[in-house]
Ligand binder design. Structure first.
Ligand SMILES: Cc1cc2nc3c(=O)[nH]c(=O)nc-3n(C[C@H](O)[C@H](O)[C@H](O)COP(=O)(O)OP(=O)(O)OC[C@H]3O[C@@H](n4cnc5c(N)ncnc54)[C@H](O)[C@@H]3O)c2cc1C
Length: 222
């Protein structure tokens, strides 16, 4: 591995594709010498195609491959094509990019609250499988319980699913409904990732609860 985080452009073979639900899958690709900080993303495309999209890296920092957790967006150009690729298919990647990462210093002296919708859990999965010892809480907004994906990789007491689509054993409602059930932790650093509607609502709520903007990090998917 190189020891800087300068973005590179590489071609990688798909090593594996695994379907977690009818709509969401994990693609594993060759890492080559890409060095990343957990929470960063890659820009992905097919060689000779002009369309590219950003995907957060899902796996932990010392794995010798890269993984992406992707939902097939209805009529989506790239996600629907990625869903049907095979082992050995070549993809082109550029990166890593992004600042949705833990602080470089005093990582372990902070409390963290991660709030995601859907595949917005991906960068959080990379961060927490890389740094399992930090003090964290996760609030994950999903439509159905299957979208908890690989939540058993997290400390169970610290993972809260908020399910909107069906009634289940999980909290029923949006992440903002759940957040309002208790006062936000004034000392925590917040990481929000996923759709912009959630990120805007939660950011406004946290700001109204006197959380300083410097402690609210966001990664907007769409
Ligand atoms: C920094 C960053 C990181 C990202 N990381 C991930 C990731 O880890 N996993 C992932 O699945 N996506 C991720 N995305 C979203 C991804 O880049 C694409 O936008 C998404 O896959 C749709 O691309 P497409 O070509 O299939 O759809 P397009 O043909 O571009 O159509 C996009 C349409 O679908 C909507 N849309 C985009 N994403 C979603 C979604 N997830 N759910 C519902 N509607 C959507 C858009 O608003 C638009 O209307 C990330 C985006 C950014 C900016």
């Amino acid at each position: 591995l190189n020891h800087n985080y300068i973005a590179q452009k590489i071609e990688s073979s798909v090593l594996n594709i695994r379907h977690l639900t009818d709509h969401t899958f994990i693609i594993t690709v060759e890492r080559h010498n890409i060095n990343f900080q957990p929470g960063q993303y890659m820009i992905v495309k097919f060689p000779h195609d002009r369309e590219s999209r950003e995907y957060s890296i899902y796996n932990k920092v010392d794995d010798d491959y890269l993984q992406f957790l992707i939902r097939d967006v209805k009529d989506g150009y790239l996600s629907s094509r990625l869903k049907i690729i095979n082992q050995g298919t070549l993809i082109e990647m550029e990166g890593p990019y992004g600042f949705f990462t833990l602080p470089v210093t005093n990582k372990n002296s902070n409390k963290y609250v991660f709030i995601a919708t859907g595949t917005g859990i991906s960068p959080i999965h990379s961060i927490l499988t890389s740094e399992p010892g930090i003090d964290y809480q996760i609030i994950h907004g999903i439509r159905i319980p299957e979208e908890k994906y690989q939540f058993t990789d997290f400390k169970q007491a610290n993972y809260k699913a908020c399910v909107t689509g069906v009634h289940s054993n999980d909290f029923h409602g949006r992440v903002t409904d759940y957040l309002k059930t208790e006062k936000p932790n004034a000392e925590a650093t917040y990481y929000l990732s996923g759709n912009s509607a959630m990120i805007n609502d939660v950011t406004n709520y946290l700001l109204a609860s006197q959380i300083p903007i410097e402690r609210i990090n966001t990664e907007i998917y769409f």
